[in-house]
Design a protein around this ligand. Structure first.
Ligand code: NAP
Length: 500
């Protein structure tokens, strides 16, 4: 039996968000003896993006043996890539197994967080008017939590029903309806094949085509499940193989003129095989480098576009009218329902939460040229604040759970150093953060990510979402907390009492 960790009182920690990131942080701190932790979650359930993204066909396209915590490996995943419900069930089980459910407070939306310099603490206020204080604040709201609906001319005039893919309206029956889907990213390609057979007409509005690869996601046969469950080491071997397979996608993106060409060829061959109609093929064909935008995995999306009740419109959306959508070709196509599959406000990290650091500085003011943070984790001038899945920690090829686990371990090391050193606050040195970010941005040069516009970039074209390298490099960069990169403060010594 493992010895119980030594209890470390005194560092009161507040975590915002009970998705994979917030839960990873809470478990890591708990496992290392930190006791005073509260997790505030705005949703009525835990799960973050997996709670909200409940569209038909919602699933992960990263294999579950990698899209899971290393410390909570399951041997009985039903298939290679799990559907949403299986992922949520897994997360709930992990929460219960690690006893952190009592730490989570649901339906608590954090409105603001202000660093009180005199007290050297964070004061956090919720929409409901509650105030919390903490020595350390971990914001784990992630990059993909705020649905984006474009402001299009006439949007207010639409008389039909509409919703965003991440807020699916299950009370609205799509059967027999004329449905418009705007957007063709990772979410749309999962639900379009599911709803196409149900609806009367489906019009898919594509702004930019995507590179696609097959997704062979068969249920694991009992023999395979049995072997994984019983043969010692097979699970770890499988995870290691998947890890390297995923790193291979990053290799293609980092080397678009060599390895990337091979991947593009593979994708093109697959896409050709799925689009016998040359006109449809012409319209779904990407004209940018493979891997610049997220490569999509689906064996059902392109065939769905060939259905007789499905039309792909590649003209831009010009106007929303009371009865539907008018595209750039001037054709008004009626719709009973518009589904916005238009992604997330990924570059507006942390918003709309107001975060004020030292000297009353607003986090958004520190990020006017785009979000940035030391290893995606800490921002100078925001003492004892940590971000999970922060700037430049998204991955196009890997598993975000892997990143979040390493981030949680780094934060735990930082807070242990704070606690053991008797310090009050920890703040990354501005020059360390600036140098790290210069190097990080430099590493994008020559990669596929630089060859088009994607949601990874802010309006100025700077990539603020993605890590420029491999998972193993991020692990290496964050493996050991480096105290010299930080400034620490101590509580002022108490004034000597006058002796009469
Ligand atoms: P997305 O990838 O950002 O796709 C948004 C789509 O909407 C794009 O096709 C975009 O076109 C289009 N769009 C945006 N504004 C538009 C406008 N004004 N007019 C017309 N089209 C417009 O969003 P998503 O599909 O929700 O996926 C977001 C991310 O979530 C993914 O990249 C991925 O990281 C994650 N995700 C993961 C999984 C998984 O299985 N692991 C599944 C779903 C989502 P442009 O390309 O031209 O911008």
């Amino acid at each position: 039996m493992r010895a119980a960790p030594e209890k470390i009182p005194g560092v009161r920690t507040l975590i915002v968000g009970a998705g994979f990131g917030g839960i990873a942080a809470a478990i890591e701190l708990r496992r290392h003896g930190f006791e005073d932790i509260t997790v505030l979650e705005s949703a009525p359930e835990l799960g973050g993006t997996w709670f909200y993204n409940d569209y038909p066909g919602a699933a992960c396209d990263v294999p579950s043996h990698m899209y899971s915590f290393s410390f909570a490996q399951r041997r009985d995943w039903s298939r290679l890539c799990s559907p949403r419900q299986e992922i949520l069930d897994y997360l709930r089980q992990v929460v219960d197994d690690h006893g952190i459910r009592p730490l989570i407070r649901l339906s608590q939306t954090v409105a603001s967080a202000t660093f009180d310099e005199a007290a050297a603490r964070w004061r956090v206020t919720t929409d409901g008017g509650e105030t919390h204080e903490a020595d350390a604040l971990i914001i784990a709201t992630g990059q993909l939590n705020r649905p984006a609906i474009p402001r299009l001319p006439g949007a207010d005039t639409f008389a039909g029903h509409s919703f965003h893919s991440a807020r699916w309206d299950h009370d609205y029956d799509l059967a027999g309806k004329r449905v418009a889907v705007v957007g063709t990213g990772a979410s749309a390609i999962q639900f379009v094949p599911r709803i196409a057979p149900l609806v009367r007409e489906l019009t898919v509005y594509q702004r930019t085509p995507n590179w696609l690869l097959p997704r062979r996601n068969h249920v694991y046969p009992p023999l395979v499940r049995g072997l994984i469950a019983r043969v010692p080491g097979l699970q770890q071997l499988r995870r290691a193989l998947l890890f390297n397979f995923l790193e291979g996608l990053t290799l293609s993106i980092r080397h678009p003129r060599t390895v990337g060409r091979v991947s593009a060829w593979r994708s093109a061959r697959f896409m050709r095989s799925q689009t016998p109609d040359p006109e449809l093929r012409r319209r779904i064909w990407p004209d940018y480098t493979f891997g610049c935008k997220r490569v999509l995995f689906s064996s059902h999306y392109l065939p769905a576009l060939s259905r007789p009740n499905v039309e792909l419109v590649t003209e831009p959306v010009a106007e929303i009218t009371a009865s539907g959508i008018t595209a750039g070709d001037g054709v008004a196509r009626p719709a009973d329902c518009i589904i916005w599959a238009t992604g997330f406000r990924a570059t507006e990290l942390v918003a709309p939460m107001q975060v004020q650091g030292a000297a009353g500085r607003d986090l958004q003011d520190a990020w006017t040229e785009g979000a940035h943070a030391h290893l995606g984790l800490t921002v100078p001038g925001f003492p004892s604040l940590f971000l999970m899945y922060g700037p430049n920690t998204n991955t196009s090829g890997g598993s975000i759970i892997f990143f979040e686990e390493t981030q949680a371990a780094y934060i735990r090391q930082a807070l242990t150093h704070l606690r053991d050193g008797g310090y009050q606050t920890i703040d990354v040195r501005p020059e360390v953060e600036a140098a790290g970010n210069r190097e990080l941005q430099r590493r994008f040069t020559g990669t596929a990510w630089m060859d088009c516009h994607s949601w990874y970039q802010n309006e100025g074209g700077r990539i603020v979402a993605n890590w420029p390298g491999y998972m193993r490099e991020y692990l290496e960069a964050t493996r050991r907390f480096e105290p010299a990169d930080f400034q620490f403060t101590r509580a002022p010594a108490p004034a000597p009492t006058a002796v009469a």
